[in-house]
Design a protein around this ligand. Structure first.
Ligand code: F6R
Ligand code: MG
Ligand code: MG
Length: 377
């Protein structure tokens, strides 16, 4: 068994919330090399998307392992120190707790972890997104594993006919449910079409009895009780041989579909698929970005990455993202660009409600006209 873990955190932005400083990446890479040399990790790769650092690691300790999570925690503490020394913005932002206690759950960093027997050839895609939340993976996962207009294999490959089981989490209630697809597609869509609350966490092939997907499902705002940034999710997708092909896994991103996030985590905006070098959202802290790093895992080694969105075939999606961004920006502070009130993560509305409480009167009562205006007619 090998475990593939992506553990990510925003430990400081350069400049503002747009990117990670090279010194922070260098520090994370030093730690990663040390952990590989010490035998803790089989292999590792440090990547970033926007202001988030992702530690992509293979090891034999399984998901939720104390040793792996504490390594990531210590590494993020170090990158946060580098950020503090350089006076970078939001240094240590996602490190919500002062002390590590065995597991990263509820501590700020996000993670997606998958353990499996390595197949003779094991192609995986690691997706990293910035300026959006974990529900952003719902739409592409539906397309990859349930939509034959996206995934030809659902029709052409016998191994896919039995379908896939989706594990969906209710982030508000802290519950989960399994949907057997395609039989329960319509019921599932009722839930996952509301991605601020319902999030696909895992997908399993019924024929292969293999888990193909793991996503990070943490929501920082639910953990911290007030706005502390977006949760900038990550996702692992295993591909080929009875699972969607790499091309089928990437195809959903040819639509710059709308996600929640962007500036102040408070706007709908299109998700733009980009090469790593362009994963630095500057315009209106957006549009939200996604990168796709492809690896072949061989004897636990991460052969790669290939920067899969560095392909002109995604140019149209990028153009579309820019067009949709222009269109939405013209709405300024109005919905549907701004998120509906119950999804806004800032506490402004609560404070405003308290401050203006006395000024709201029943509509039937006469409202005093401000002095000097004299009323109408
Ligand atoms: C989005 C994000 C940024 C900030 C924005 C304001 O995830 O982190 O859009 O919300 O730049 O940041 P502050 O309030 O720190 O000035
Ligand atoms: Mg940040
Ligand atoms: Mg971020």
């Amino acid at each position: 068994m090998i475990t593939l873990s992506i553990i990510k955190a925003d430990t400081g932005g350069f400049v503002g919330h747009s990117a990670v400083h090279p010194d922070m990446l260098a520090e994370a890479r030093r730690e990663m090399t040390r952990a590989i040399e010490a035998g803790l990790l089989v292999d590792g790769h440090v990547a970033s998307c926007g202001d988030d650092i992702s530690l992509i690691m293979t090891h034999t300790y399984g998901p939720d392992a104390d040793l792996i999570h504490s390594f990531a925690w210590d590494t993020f503490q170090n990158t946060a120190h580098v950020a503090k020394d350089l006076g970078l913005y939001g240094a240590g932002q996602d490190l919500l707790s002062d002390a590590f206690s065995g597991n990263l759950r509820g501590m700020g960093p996000g993670y997606a972890e998958l353990d499996f027997e390595e197949r003779p050839s094991e192609p995986v895609v690691c997706f990293l997104a910035d300026k959006t939340g974990p529900g952003a993976w719902n739409l592409p996962l539906y397309k990859m594993f349930a939509d034959p207009f996206n995934t030809a294999g659902l029709v052409i490959d016998q191994k896919m006919h039995a379908g896939f089981v989706f594990e969906v989490h209710d982030l508000q209630a802290g519950k989960r449910i399994l949907f057997d697809c395609p039989a329960e597609l319509y019921e599932m869509l009722m839930y996952i079409g509301a991605p601020s609350r319902y999030v696909v966490h895992r997908v399993r092939s019924k024929t292969l009895d293999e888990t193909a997907v793991a996503t990070s499902t943490q929501r920082l705002s639910l953990m911290a009780g007030e706005y502390v940034g977006k949760d900038d999710p990550v996702m692992i997708v295993r591909c080929q041989s009875g699972l969607p092909a790499v091309g089928e896994v990437l195809e959903p991103f040819t639509l710059a579909y709308g996600v929640a996030g962007c500036l102040r985590g408070s706007h709908h905006a299109p998700l733009m698929p980009v090469a790593s070098g362009h994963a630095h959202p500057s315009r209106f802290d957006g549009p939200p970005r996604v990168v796709a790093l492809g690896f072949q895992i061989h004897d636990g080694k991460l052969i790669g990455p290939r920067d899969l969105f560095a392909d002109p075939a995604f140019d149209k999606a990028r153009e579309q993202a820019n067009e949709v961004m222009d269109y939405l920006r013209r709405h300024g502070p109005f919905e549907p660009h701004r998120l509906p009130l119950d999804e806004l993560e800032y506490t402004t509305m609560t404070l405003l409600t308290e401050r203006l409480a006395d000024r709201w009167t029943p509509m039937s009562t006469e409202v005093a006209t401000p002095a000097g205006t004299g009323g109408r007619g």
